[in-house]
Every structure is written in C-alpha cells, then in structure tokens.
Design a protein around this ligand. Structure first.
Ligand SMILES: CC(C)(COP(=O)(O)OP(=O)(O)OC[C@H]1O[C@@H](n2cnc3c(N)ncnc32)[C@H](O)[C@@H]1OP(=O)(O)O)[C@@H](O)C(=O)NCCC(=O)NCCS
Length: 202
C-alpha cells in the first residue's frame, strides 16, 4: 500500500514525458499530486526490484490500456488507486491484476449489483445486513476488477458473467470472445476501511 497524500519523497523527475503530460491534465492539484506520487513510487519499486534506475524504465500500454515494461517482459505489475491510497502488485510469473477500494456508501446498490454480480452472488448480497452491505459489495467488486485487470481487458468484460465470490481464495474462470481463462484470486487485507484483491492469470 502506498500513501499518496503524505510524504512527497517521490518526485516527478523519474516520470516519463507522457506521465508528466498526463499529470498536468488533472484539474485539481490534489489529483495531480496523487498521480505523481503513485507513478513515481511505482517506478521506484520496479527499479529496486529490477536493479534499474526508475527513470529509465520504459512503460508502454497494451491494446486495452494495461501498462507493461517494454524491456522486462517477465516482470508483470499492476497499479490501483482509491482516494489517498494506492496498491501495487508485482509478479515474475504471470499477468497480475490488483484493485483497491475505500470503504464508502455505494450509491444505487440494486442496479450496480445486477450489472456487477451473478445471480448467486446477488443472492449472497441480499442476505447481508444493511450495515454490512457496502463492505460486502466492495469486497466482491475488488475481486471482479482484480480478475479483469489481470486479463488486461478491464470492464470490457461484463463482471456479472463470471463468479468471483466474496471471501475465499479461488480459481476463477472467465470467458471472453477468444477463450476461457483461469485466474487465481485472493482478497488482500488492506487494513480497516479498505478492500482489496489480487489476481494472477494462469
Ligand atoms: C482498467 C480499469 C478497470 C481501471 O479501473 P479504475 O477503477 O478506474 O482504476 P484502478 O485504480 O483500479 O486502476 C487504474 C490503473 O490500472 C492500470 N490499467 C489501465 N488500464 C488497464 C487495463 N486494461 N488492465 C489492467 N490495468 C490497467 C493503470 O496503471 C491505471 O493507473 P493510471 O490510471 O494511474 O495509469 C478500467 O480503466 C478499464 O476497464 N479499462 C479497460 C477498457 C478500456 O476502457 N480501455 C480504454 C483504453 S484503450
């Protein structure tokens, strides 16, 4: 987990020209600072791991926008941010996806449940007390999004077309236009007030 609002240790000097341009597009200074902090910390983490200077890492985007390291194809990473926190996942084995959400009241829960969850998952959500439903929704949501980010297609695949559950480590099967993919999924303990998940493509 990376705190984005506190220390400004990581500076924008390690960012690429494209990242600096993107940072400048944020209307609010706080969002710009968070973007800079998240991406410079990501570069520092990857640089330490790979023994490379953070500013020299070439990061490009796949067809659906998933970032990857041009010169280190064996090193897979994924970034997620929510409010003032970010989470980075790294794998030297396979494509990885992470998602982090701050616990908050979720608007329009019934409609979102229908578009996000399978019938089985919707039934499980209906059994939760009113006090626990936002936590459960976001818990399930982070699991869906981590899977879809591991695959690199994000929400181009409808999250209600596969079962990811809410609690247990699982192997999840997701079918897209090309094939059925298997993904290993874990919920991540991100501390009180945060929900997070991590998924790795087989
Ligand atoms: C990936 C996606 C689910 C991100 O959702 P989100 O809740 O806004 O954001 P998160 O904080 O969890 O993750 C954002 C990070 O995921 C990474 N990311 C971007 N696209 C990604 C993808 N297709 N797969 C995996 N990770 C992706 C980036 O590092 C991004 O960080 P950045 O915006 O600071 O560069 C969403 O953008 C999506 O569905 N994208 C794919 C389809 C699409 O619309 N593509 C358009 C570009 S071609």
């Amino acid at each position: 987990m990376v705190e984005l609002d506190g220390s400004q240790e990581a500076g924008q000097d390690v960012l690429s020209a494209a990242e600096k341009t993107r940072a400048l597009r944020f209307v609010f200074k706080q969002h710009q600072q968070r973007y800079i902090q998240a991406h410079s910390t990501l570069r520092q983490l990857l640089g330490e791991l790979l023994g490379a200077a953070p500013g020299t890492l070439r990061i490009a985007e796949g067809v659906h926008g998933k970032p990857y390291l041009v010169d280190w194809p064996q090193c897979h990473f994924n970034l997620t941010h929510s409010a003032s926190m970010a989470l980075v996942g790294v794998s030297m084995e396979a494509e990885i996806g992470v998602d982090l959400e701050q616990l908050r009241p979720v608007d329009d829960l019934p409609a979102l449940c229908a578009t996000s969850f399978t019938i089985n998952e919707q039934k499980a959500l209906c059994e939760v007390t009113a006090e626990g439903v936002d936590d459960m929704f976001l818990r399930g949501w982070t699991r869906k999004e981590a899977c879809l980010k591991a695959m690199g297609k994000g929400l181009l695949i409808a999250p209600n077309t596969f079962e990811a559950g809410f609690w247990h480590d699982a192997v999840v099967h997701i079918t897209d236009a090309a094939a059925t993919h298997a993904v290993t999924l874990h919920s991540v303990d991100a501390g009180p007030g945060w929900l997070a998940a991590c998924a790795q493509l087989h």
